[in-house]
Design a protein around this ligand. Structure first.
Ligand code: NOJ
Length: 759
């Protein structure tokens, strides 16, 4: 949907005169920000204040249902009146400058816009999807990746990203798991912090950092049955212990904005939720930035049946603390009347506006509204060699080696015949993943291109089968029901004469992401049939998976000797995959989400509860299990191999500690294999008996350690009350005495264990 940007004509003399007559004291940089806000707000009419709370979509990318009544003409008219505080999905210096110019030069008060954009995993030069990045467990790399994204987005005029998404999810059917850090609140909190710091930098003094946004507040990742936008129904315990911690971590890292969510919580839509936004976020956590609604979520409160019309929806949203209305148009249409009727207290408007202006001041937009509008910088920064190098590094770090039998990997560099099979191997678009509106289609290095860089072997390529049928655009519902097997024969033929077969199979990049829920997590289309046909011809297969979520691959897990989880790795996909396959990079990623054996196991997650009947004690059916499949996942949270191996020994912890005393746990890890490598050493605890049942395992610390071949290292973890305590059902954090099991290892399902007591 494209509408030409109309550059406005000469603005009226009347506007000019009134603008010039205004007090510009708020532009005095030497004054404190709060004083500058006071000075500015003193000048603002009610309508201008409400204007700051209104966010319109731009004229290019549409990331939600088409808004009603949102013609370009109306948006321009409102821009000129100062009735727009922000726009989203406007990008490129030329376009941003055009709308900013209207806000700054044509409105009465000249308040700059804050331009927001979904910078989810890079802007033009793309990093891996966030779920993949989380698999690196490398916080420095993740921070750097977000900084690269901010660098490019800011060079394109953007001041604010709608990221990071910090929603925890246990349901791989939900397509948006690709945008998050997986199933664990501890890892999720660390990743949230790294992303916020990467996007925002230390302050906004330069012009290469942007405001971040922790979303979706809250519990959106618990949509029932993984169906996007569906009802959420979770316990207080899950809310406090699983859902909220990454949001709080983002807040503590200084995130300047939050986005609320589409779902209800206890019957109250998040957008109208006083408890979430006022009591917790702005009350308990003292958050002083602003909250933006999700796309038209103010209006969706009518569909939820929580507001009878748009006016009531606007009223409930503003009372609940939703400061800015994204594309529902209801604040701009309804709020002034609601204030005049006495249904909304103007103090609430003032509070929202103050928060929005605060972030604009902090970003430096009042000092230079065009600080992100430097054409020269735009040309130099976007797509720079340094950014390509950074996303390649991140991509290699995100790869997880799931299986490596017969030592198929790393591939020999010479004298081999290699058959590369699968439509995704020759795809330059899908590896970019979902959510990449700032990039250009077909700009990824394909796996074929990456492997062609290694010239010592004879490489043949066969597609085998097409993945998708019909259109593959971000906005389309994709079709994956391909049954055409006409390419199988050529693929089988190529496999027969090869020493090793590399098959790139999985999901298209647009098969995950918003609105992309699936009830079937098998390899889509006829890829499974292709895999089995090729296996008959040559079982020496390295399966490279492309996917935005855990898949169910029980047959491959049993039969295929080598499996590499390569997600959607962004612009440098092919180079990253080839370097790992050829051993120029030794993989060290670990899964941030459990891989189920079949969809029936979902939700499946490592930090579950024991139940009263965890094991079969009487040799009968009355215990917590399935009759038709094991209850363990195919691949556990925290699992991932390396080309080398690691041994764990000497787990040491004192027998008892006083309450409040830090608990020291140490372990020796040895690289016992033939390669230098990195290992994510993970520490889990289990509070054995507490006032509320606690999960069987909870990640409480980890360290990414590099060990040379044959080298040993000792790692000491420190656990404080923060790690040992938990939230009760009223949201109170408590630390209880008692015995804790401590588990350390390279995966949640492979640890060595000890215990200590808190007296
Ligand atoms: C809806 C999505 O839920 C949200 O994450 C995104 O930032 C907005 N659309 C804007 O595109």
């Amino acid at each position: 949907m494209k509408t030409k940007l109309m550059i406005p004509g000469i603005f009226s003399l009347l506007t000019l005169t009134s603008m010039n007559a205004q007090n510009k004291a708020h532009l005095d940089k030497t004054k404190p920000i709060e004083t500058r806000i006071d000075l500015l707000m003193h000048e603002m009419t009610l309508e201008e204040k409400i204007g700051q709370m209104n966010q319109y979509n731009g004229f290019w990318d549409v990331t939600g249902p088409a808004p009603t009544g949102g013609s370009a003409e109306l948006k321009y008219e409102h821009l000129r009146k100062g009735y727009v505080g922000s726009m989203l999905s406007v990008r490129g210096v030329k376009n941003v400058r055009a709308v900013q110019k209207i806000a700054v030069e044509e409105t009465r008060l000249g308040i700059p816009l804050i331009i927001g954009f979904d910078v989810i995993h890079g802007y033009k030069t793309l990093s891996p999807i966030p779920l993949a990045e989380a698999a690196s467990w490398d916080m420095d790399a993740i921070k750097k990746s977000a900084a690269v994204a901010a660098d490019e987005a800011s060079a394109s005029g953007i001041a604010w990203t709608f990221g990071p998404m910090v929603d925890i999810s246990r349901d791989a059917r939900w397509g948006r798991v690709m945008e998050g850090a997986g199933e664990d609140p501890y890892l999720g909190s660390k990743v949230a912090e790294a992303r916020v710091k990467g996007f925002q930098g230390d302050n906004f003094a330069g012009n290469n950092h942007i405001a971040a946004c922790a979303k979706h507040f809250a519990a959106y990742g618990f949509a029932e049955a993984g169906r996007d936008y569906n009802t959420v129904d979770i316990s207080n315990s899950t809310l406090y212990n699983i859902v909220l911690p990454p949001f709080e971590a983002a807040k503590n890292a200084g995130v300047r904005t939050f986005m609320n969510s589409f779902n209800i919580l206890n019957g109250v839509p998040a957008t109208g939720n006083v408890f979430l936004q006022r009591d917790i976020l702005k009350g308990k956590w003292q958050f002083d930035g602003f909250v933006v609604s999700d796309w038209a979520s103010v209006k969706e409160m009518v569909s939820h049946g929580y507001a009878k019309d748009g006016a009531e929806a606007a009223m409930k949203a503003v009372i609940a603390g939703s400061d800015m209305d994204m594309e529902a148009h209801l604040y701009v249409e309804e709020l002034a009347k609601l204030v005049k009727e006495g249904r909304v207290d103007e103090k609430l408007i003032d509070d929202a506006v103050r928060r929005i202006l605060r972030v604009k001041f902090e970003l430096g937009l009042f000092d230079d509204p065009y600080k992100f509008c430097d054409e020269k910088r735009e040309k130099e920064v976007i797509g720079s060699k340094a950014n390509h190098d950074a996303v390649l590094d991140m991509a290699m770090k995100s790869i997880v080696l799931l299986k490596n039998e017969k030592q198929l990997l790393p591939l020999k560099k010479a004298g081999q015949k290699i058959a590369l099979i699968g439509a995704l191997a020759n795809d330059k678009n899908s590896p970019l993943g979902s959510w990449r509106l700032g990039s250009d289609d077909n700009t990824a290095v394909s796996v074929l291109e990456g492997m062609q860089e290694y010239k010592g072997n004879v490489l043949t390529y066969e597609k085998g089968t097409d993945l998708t049928v019909g259109k593959t655009a971000f906005i389309d519902e994709l079709k994956f029901n391909n049954t055409d097997t006409s390419g199988f024969e050529a693929a089988v033929k190529a496999a027969k004469t090869a020493d090793v077969v590399v098959m790139v199979l999985g999901e298209h990049g647009f098969q995950s992401g918003e609105g992309r829920s699936r009830t079937n997590l098998d390899l889509p289309g006829n890829q499974q049939a292709l895999l089995e046909a090729v296996y008959q011809a040559n079982p020496n297969i390295v399966l490279v998976l492309n996917n935005g979520r855990p898949l169910t691959i029980p047959w491959a897990a049993e039969h295929i000797p080598a499996i590499v989880e390569a997600w959607h790795l962004g612009t440098e996909t092919g180079n990253a995959v080839a370097k790992v396959l050829y051993g120029d990079y030794n993989p060290s990623g670990k899964l941030p989400m459990s891989f189920p054996r079949n969809v029936g196991q979902v939700p499946i997650y490592y930090n579950n509860y024991n139940t009263g009947r965890p094991v079969d004690s009487d040799n009968n059916v009355f215990w917590s299990h399935y009759s038709d499949v094991e209850k363990t996942p195919q691949y556990a949270f925290g699992f991932g191999l390396s080309y080398t191996t690691f041994a764990y020994k000497d787990l040491q912890v004192a027998k008892s500690y006083a309450k409040g005393e830090p608990v020291k746990v140490s372990i020796t890890v040895t690289n016992t294999g033939d390669y230098d490598g990195k290992e994510v050493v993970q520490l889990y605890i289990h509070d054995l008996a507490a006032s509320l049942a606690r999960p069987v395992k909870e990640l409480k610390s980890f360290e990414l350690t590099s060990l040379k071949k044959g080298e040993s290292g000792s790692i000491t973890f420190t656990l404080t009350d923060k790690e040992l305590g938990f939230y009760d059902n009223d949201g109170k954090f408590i630390v209880e005495p008692g015995v804790f099991k401590v588990m350390v290892g390279g995966s949640s399902d492979k640890t060595i264990d000890s215990a200590f007591e808190i007296k």
